[in-house]
Design a protein around this ligand. Structure first.
Ligand code: C2E
Ligand code: MG
Ligand code: MG
Length: 695
C-alpha cells in the first residue's frame, strides 16, 4: 500500500539535501566573488594612491630599469627611495607586497627585494594588465614574506593593474598582494552560520511537515481501516444477500414450476371433464364454434348428437355415486372405443354426452352414427359384481338447417334427444322445428301451471273402483284436472310430466292429497261414505325428507283415517328412491295402504317385489286393452294374476271398458276393476250423485 510518510520523508530528504548541496556552494561562490571584487577594488584604489603619490619616482624607476639588470635595479637610489615611500604608504593597510613590472615583464620593483629582476612576461595576469584589463587571483599560502615579516596561513588576493602614462599608454604593471585572511575567515564563519541556519530551518520544516504528513497518514490509515471494515461488512452483506437471492431464486423457480404445473392442470381442467378425461362443455363449444366457421366457409355440413343415458339416475340412486361414476367412465370408454364415426366426444355433465360429426355427406351417415351409438349399449356394463343394462337416447341437429349458432345446435339436439326419450329406450331422433314450438309451449304451460294452484284452477276428479264379483263401489282414484282459462281443460298426461320436471309437482301433489282427504271427510260428514280413496304419488314427493311428516299432517288436518287412504306408486318411482323400503314402511306404519300402479310396464324383479310393503297391484290399461286381441297381453295378465296370488297381493285392473275384459279378469280372480265400463273420472258432485243413489 502507498506509504505517505515514507514517500514524503524520502522525497523531501532528497530535496533538502539537493537544496543544501546547490545553495551552499552557490552562496560560497557568490560571497567569494563579492569578497574578491571588494578586495580588487581596494587594490585598484591603492595602486592609484601609489601612482598619484609616487608619480615621479615611478616614472624614473621605469625609465631607468629598461634594459638594466636586477642587481642594479635593487641597489639604485631611486629604488631605495621608492621602497621607503611604498612602505610608508603600505603601513596600516592590508597590502602586504607591492611589485612593479616594466613593459618587458621584468620586475623592476618589489617590497621583497629578492624578487627584483624576475621576468613575468609569461604570467597571464601580467598579460591581461598589459592589454588594459585587470586580473586578480585568490590563493592560500602556508607562508608568505611581507614587508612586516613572514606570515603563516594567509589568504592573498594578487591583482595586476596597468600603469598608464599621461597619454594613457601602458607603461608598466602593478602587482598588489592584499591579505584578505580576516575577510575569508569571516566569510567562512558566516558560511557555517548560514549553512547551520538553513539546515535548522529545513530540518524544522522537514520535521513539521513530517509530523503533519504522519498525522495525515494516521488519518488515512484510520479511514482505510474504516473503509476496510465497511468493505468487509459490505462483502458479508453482499454474500448474505447473494445467498438469500440464490435461495429466493431456487424458491422462486420451484414456485414457478409449481405454478406452471398448476396452470397446465387448470388448463387441462378448463377443457376436460375430470371424471372421464373427455373434452368438456367449454372445449366442445369452442371446437364447434371453430368448425361452424370453417364449414360455413367451405360449404360443409356437420352434425351434433346429444346423448343421454336412459337409466343412469336409477343406477346412481340405487347403487351409489361411486358405481355411477364408474359407469360414466365405462360409457365414455365404450363410446370412444366403439364409435368410429365420432369426430369429437365430450361430456356435458351428469349422464349427458355430446358428439360432433364433421364433413357430413348425408343424413344417412348421421343416422348410421346414431345407430352405432345406441348399439354401443347393447352389451351390459360389468362393474364389480354388478351387470348393468343401459340404453341411450340420441338427439341430432344438423348444420346448416337446424341452427346457425353453437347454442342453437346444442339446444336443438337436446330437444330432439327428449323426443327420442319419449319414444322409449334406445332411440334416436332428428330435430324438427316443431319440437321447438313444443318446447316453447311447454315453457308457456309451465308458467301458467305455476299460477294454476293459487288461482284455484286445479280440481280433483274421482274414478270409481268396483268389486269384480258384485260391482259394488269399493273405492275411487283421485285424478287431478286443470281447468286453465287460457288452455281450457288440460289432462294430467300433459301437465304432470311438466310439473315433475319443474318441481311444481310437490306442491300440486300435496294439494291433491289434502283436497281428496277433505272431500272424502266432507262426504262422510254428510252421509256419503267412500270406503277407500287412491291418490297418485310422484317420485319427487317421495324424495322429500319431510314427506312422511307432511302426510301425517294432512291426515291430522283433515281428520282422515289412514286406513281409507291408498297411495299409488309406479315401479319406476319405487326404483328411483334410494331408501324406498324403509320410507314405504313408515308410510304403511301410519296405516296407509300402497298400490303399485301401471304394473307390468316396469322392470321390477320378483325378489324386489316380494320385499315391498305393497298390498295391491294395478294391471296397466295397455294389457287390459289387449284382452281378446293380443294373446301376449293376456299371458302377461295371467302371469301377474298368478304372481299376485302367490305373493298375496290384491289386484286391480285399470282401463276396463268392455264386458269381455271384465269377464276375462273376473275369471282369473282379479278382485277389483277400474275403467269406463264402471265410470269415468268425474267431479266430486257428479261422483256422489252417481254412487250415493245406490243402496
Ligand atoms: P293412472 O294413475 O294410471 O290413472 C289412470 C288413468 O287412466 C287416468 O287418466 C284415467 O282417467 C284413465 N282411465 C281409467 N279408466 C280408463 C278407461 O277405461 N279408458 C281410458 N281410455 N282411460 C281410462 P288421467 O286421469 O288422464 O291420468 C293420467 C295419469 O296422470 C295417471 O295415470 C297418473 O299417473 C297421472 N295423474 C293423474 N292425477 C295425478 C295426481 O294427482 N298426482 C300424480 N302424481 N299423478 C297424477
Ligand atoms: Mg294411478
Ligand atoms: Mg295407471
Amino acid at each position: 500500500m502507498f506509504n505517505l510518510s515514507r514517500y514524503f520523508s524520502t522525497v523531501s530528504f532528497i530535496l533538502v539535501v539537493l537544496a543544501a548541496g546547490v545553495l551552499g556552494p552557490l552562496y560560497q561562490k557568490l560571497s567569494m566573488q563579492q569578497l574578491q571584487d571588494l578586495a580588487e577594488g581596494r587594490n585598484i584604489a591603492m595602486a592609484q594612491v601609489f601612482k598619484n603619490t609616487l608619480h615621479d619616482s615611478l616614472d624614473a624607476v621605469m625609465d631607468d630599469t629598461v634594459g638594466r639588470d636586477a642587481e642594479f635595479l635593487s641597489q639604485s637610489d631611486e629604488s631605495r627611495r621608492l621602497h621607503a615611500s611604498v612602505l610608508d604608504l603600505m603601513r596600516d593597510t592590508a597590502v602586504i607586497r607591492v611589485k612593479l613590472y616594466n613593459r618587458l615583464g621584468n620586475t623592476v620593483f618589489s617590497t621583497d627585494a629578492g624578487q627584483v629582476g624576475e621576468s613575468r612576461l609569461d604570467n597571464p595576469g601580467f598579460r591581461t594588465a598589459m592589454s588594459g584589463g585587470i586580473a586578480s587571483e585568490l590563493t592560500r599560502r602556508d607562508t608568505v614574506d611581507s614587508f612586516e615579516g613572514v606570515l603563516a596561513q594567509v589568504d592573498i588576493l594578487a591583482t595586476y593593474i596597468p600603469i598608464r602614462s599621461a597619454d594613457q599608454s601602458i607603461t608598466g604593471v602593478f602587482e598588489l598582494y592584499q591579505n584578505v585572511t580576516p575577510f575569508v575567515s569571516h566569510l567562512q564563519r558566516n558560511m557555517w552560520l548560514v549553512t547551520g541556519g538553513v539546515a535548522l530551518v529545513f530540518g524544522m520544516l522537514y520535521l513539521m511537515q513530517f509530523l503533519v504528513v504522519r498525522r495525515a497518514q494516521g488519518i488515512l490509515e484510520e479511514q482505510e481501516g474504516h473503509i476496510a471494515a465497511a468493505r468487509d461488512t459490505l462483502e458479508i452483506q453482499v454474500a448474505a444477500r447473494t445467498d438469500e437471492l440464490k435461495r429466493t431464486n431456487t424458491q422462486l423457480e420451484a414456485e414457478i414450476a409449481e405454478r406452471r404445473q398448476a396452470q397446465s392442470k387448470l388448463n387441462y381442467l378448463a377443457y376436460h371433464d375430470p371424471l372421464t378425461g373427455l373434452a368438456n362443455r367449454r372445449s366442445f363449444i369452442e371446437r364447434l364454434e371453430q368448425n361452424l366457421r370453417e364449414s360455413a366457409a367451405e360449404g360443409e355440413r356437420l352434425a351434433v348428437l346429444f346423448i343421454d343415458l336412459d337409466q343412469f339416475k336409477q343406477v346412481n340412486d340405487s347403487l351409489g355415486h361411486g358405481v355411477g361414476d364408474e359407469l360414466l367412465v365405462a360409457v365414455a370408454a365404450r363410446l370412444s372405443d366403439r364409435v368410429g364415426l365420432i369426430d369429437m366426444l365430450a361430456r356435458l355433465g351428469g349422464d349427458e354426452f355430446i358428439c360432433l360429426m364433421e364433413a357430413v355427406r348425408d343424413k344417412d351417415e348421421v343416422e348410421m352414427l346414431a345407430r352405432e351409438i345406441i348399439a354401443a349399449f347393447d352389451d351390459p356394463f360389468v362393474l364389480g359384481d354388478h351387470e348393468l343394462f343401459l340404453s341411450a337416447a340420441v338427439g341430432v341437429s344438423l348444420s346448416p338447417g337446424d341452427g346457425d349458432s353453437v347454442l342453437d345446435l346444442m339446444r336443438n339436439a337436446d330437444t330432439a334427444m327428449y323426443r327420442a326419450k319419449a319414444l322409449g329406450r334406445g332411440n334416436f331422433h332428428f330435430y324438427t322445428p316443431e319440437m321447438t314450438r313444443d318446447a316453447q309451449e311447454r315453457i308457456r304451460m309451465e308458467n301458467l301451471l305455476r299460477r294454476a294452484l293459487d288461482n284455484g284452477e286445479l280440481s280433483v276428479h274421482l274414478q270409481p273402483q268396483v268389486e269384480t264379483s258384485t260391482g259394488q263401489l269399493v273405492g275411487a282414484e283421485a285424478l287431478v284436472r286443470w281447468n286453465s282459462p287460457e288452455l281450457g281443460l288440460v289432462m294430467p298426461m300433459r301437465f304432470i310430466p311438466l310439473a315433475e320436471d319443474s318441481g311444481l309437482i310437490v306442491g300440486l301433489g300435496n294439494w291433491v292429497l289434502r283436497e281428496t282427504c277433505r272431500q272424502v271427510m266432507q262426504w262422510r260428514a254428510s252421509g256419503f261414505d267412500l270406503p277407500q280413496v287412491s291418490v297418485n304419488l310422484s317420485v319427487k314427493q317421495l324424495e322429500r325428507p319431510e314427506f312422511v311428516e307432511v302426510l301425517s299432517e294432512i291426515l291430522d288436518e283433515t281428520g282422515m283415517d289412514a286406513a281409507s287412504l291408498k297411495l299409488e306408486l309406479t315401479e319406476s318411482v319405487v326404483m328411483a328412491v334410494g331408501d324406498a323400503f324403509s320410507l314405504l314402511e313408515r308410510v304403511r306404519d301410519l296405516g296407509i295402504s300402497l298400490a303399485l300402479d301401471d304394473f307390468g310396464t316396469g322392470y321390477s324383479s320378483l325378489s324386489y317385489l316380494k320385499m315391498l310393503p305393497v298390498q295391491q297391484l294395478k294391471i296397466d290399461k295397455s294389457f287390459v286393452d289387449g284382452i281378446g286381441k293380443n294373446p301376449g297381453d293376456e299371458a302377461i295378465i295371467r302371469t301377474v294374476m298368478a304372481l299376485a296370488c302367490s305373493l298375496d297381493f290384491e289386484v286391480v285392473a285399470e282401463g276396463v271398458e268392455t264386458i269381455e275384459q271384465s269377464d276375462f279378469l273376473a275369471a282369473l280372480g282379479c278382485q277389483q276393476l277400474q275403467g269406463h265400463l264402471h265410470g269415468k273420472a268425474v267431479a266430486p258432485q257428479e261422483f256422489r250423485a252417481r254412487w250415493s243413489a245406490l243402496p
